[in-house]
Design a protein around this ligand. Structure first.
Ligand code: PMP
Length: 452
């Protein structure tokens, strides 16, 4: 397929050769289907994308749950461009630049205590694998090298590294790639449509599912378990919320057996649920927190692992001059990413975006739940902060077909949504106004009404 006819419409790009869709192998995409009917975004500003034909598309998903401050914010763009002209790259091992130090200090100030130390990565997947490795190394360093078992959950998404894949619980992300890490168990997930359908906010039923952890701990010698990793709210599986008390109970069980608790806050971090992190809103503090996405408002790739004081401290006890953690990336603390993150944090703080999801939650919730009658196939609607999900019953014999139709028709209608199977998920930039919320639900309602 060739897009030469569209090439001239790319703002700011001088594409002298025709654009071919053949060479780029798109991730998580039905590539052949896409080439036959491409959806291509050419520019973005504030709450809107424009596609290559110049049509505005309201961003219902903050890109991919990452552009929390909206698009092309001049302050962030200028910070990145200035940084590129000043210091484009600096190695951050055995030497450094001031930027990641400044950024880590800023992040410490908004993180729950005692998550006082920050390890930088380039993505959510890298953050997850980094946290899992720190957990294993921490136990070993303290003479508990037998603690090697990791516990994730069914339906969890923790990125695509071998660690994240192994603790993740989405069959399609696992089954093609061999056995993954040994010694991994999975708790059940907390999605229970039969009992919790159409509940608003956290679902009332299911706190007892936390006892799964006790069961798995007892199945093994508790002293063999290194860490439990949980998304406080999962996005990629189609938005799964924790029943009240569930995370508290997981925390208690971890504490009782000396197991580290990792929250994967890659989507919930940086204001998505009305606090800097879900841990704060939900009132449970993990031992480590993995983040990415909203850290730079999606503008430059970057991730960060927040590490508690006691974990970090153990690594600082070795002999003077010995390397404390054999792990890291060429681009750890990349200056452009740090500049983007610092400007994003300035924007979040000055515009009150960390609490915006809380202010808009009720309006968002009412608009979302009003979609219930839009389509007879809707079996559940879920929401928390500025997150929403509408789940459709699968079409018999064609799971995912209804979801894909919603994605495709919403895009043509001028609305960006994300679908997982037959669940439509929404997570707009935190600068969203009530009028945008009205537009999101009115367009989505129109589209849902056409789904057979
Ligand atoms: N963890 C969670 C909870 C995520 O939602 C994602 C991405 N959606 C990841 C990890 C992986 O992040 P990345 O795609 O940046 O590697």
């Amino acid at each position: 397929a060739s897009l030469s006819a569209l090439a001239g419409q790319y703002a700011g790009l001088n594409l002298s050769a025709p654009v071919s869709l053949d060479a780029f192998w798109m991730p998580f995409t039905a590539n052949r289907q896409f080439r036959a009917s491409p959806r291509l975004l050419a520019s973005a500003e504030g709450m809107y994308y424009r596609d290559v034909e110049g049509r505005p598309i309201l961003d219902g998903t903050a890109g991919l749950w990452c552009c929390n401050a909206g698009h092309a914010r001049p302050r962030i763009v200028e910070a990145v461009s200035r940084q590129g002209a000043t210091l484009d790259f600096a190695p951050h091992f055995q030497m450094g630049s001031p930027l990641p130090f400044v950024l880590a200090q800023r992040l410490k100030a908004i993180a729950p205590r005692p998550l006082d130390h920050v390890f930088f990565t380039n993505s959510g997947s890298e953050s997850v694998d980094t946290a899992l490795k720190i957990a294993l190394a921490w136990h070993r360093m303290r003479g508990e090298g037998q603690r090697v078992r990791l516990i994730g959950r069914e339906k969890a998404y923790h990125g695509v590294g071998f660690g994240g894949m192994s603790v993740g619980g989405l069959p399609n992300n696992r089954k093609w790639f061999g056995p993954g890490l040994p010694a991994v168990d999975h708790l059940r997930h907390t999605l229970d449509i039969a009992r919790n359908a159409f509940s608003r906010g956290l679902p009332p039923h299911g706190v007892e599912l936390a006892e799964d952890l006790e069961r798995i701990v007892q199945l093994h010698d508790p002293s063999t378990i290194a860490a439990v990793i949980i998304e406080p709210i999962s996005g990629s599986a189609g938005v799964i919320l924790p029943p009240p008390g569930y995370l508290q109970r997981i925390r208690e069980i971890c504490d009782r057996y000396g197991i580290l608790l990792i929250f994967d806050e890659v989507i919930t971090g940086f204001g998505r649920v009305g606090a800097p992190f879900a841990a704060q809103r939900l009132g449970v503090v993990p031992d480590m927190m993995t983040t990415a996405k909203g850290l730079t408002s999606g503008c430059v790739p970057m991730g960060a692992v927040f590490v508690s004081e006691r974990i970090h401290e153990a690594f600082m006890q070795g002999p003077e001059g010995a390397i404390d953690l054999f792990h890291g990336y060429t681009y750890t603390g990349h200056p452009l990413a740090c500049a983007a993150a610092l400007a994003a944090l300035d924007t979040y703080e000055e515009e009150g975006l960390f609490t915006r999801a809380l202010e808009l939650e009720e309006y968002w919730q009412e608009g979302l739940h009003a979609l219930r009658g839009a389509c007879p196939h809707i079996i559940d609607i879920r929401n928390y902060g500025l997150i929403g999900a509408v789940e459709l019953a699968p079409r018999p014999g064609a799971p995912g077909a209804r979801g894909y139709e919603v994605l495709e028709r919403a895009f043509r209608r001028g609305l960006l949504v994300r679908v997982t199977g037959d669940t439509v998920a929404l997570s707009p930039p935190l600068i969203v106004e009530r009028t945008h919320i009205d537009d999101i639900f009115s367009m989505l309602g129109e589209v849902l009404a056409t789904i057979q």
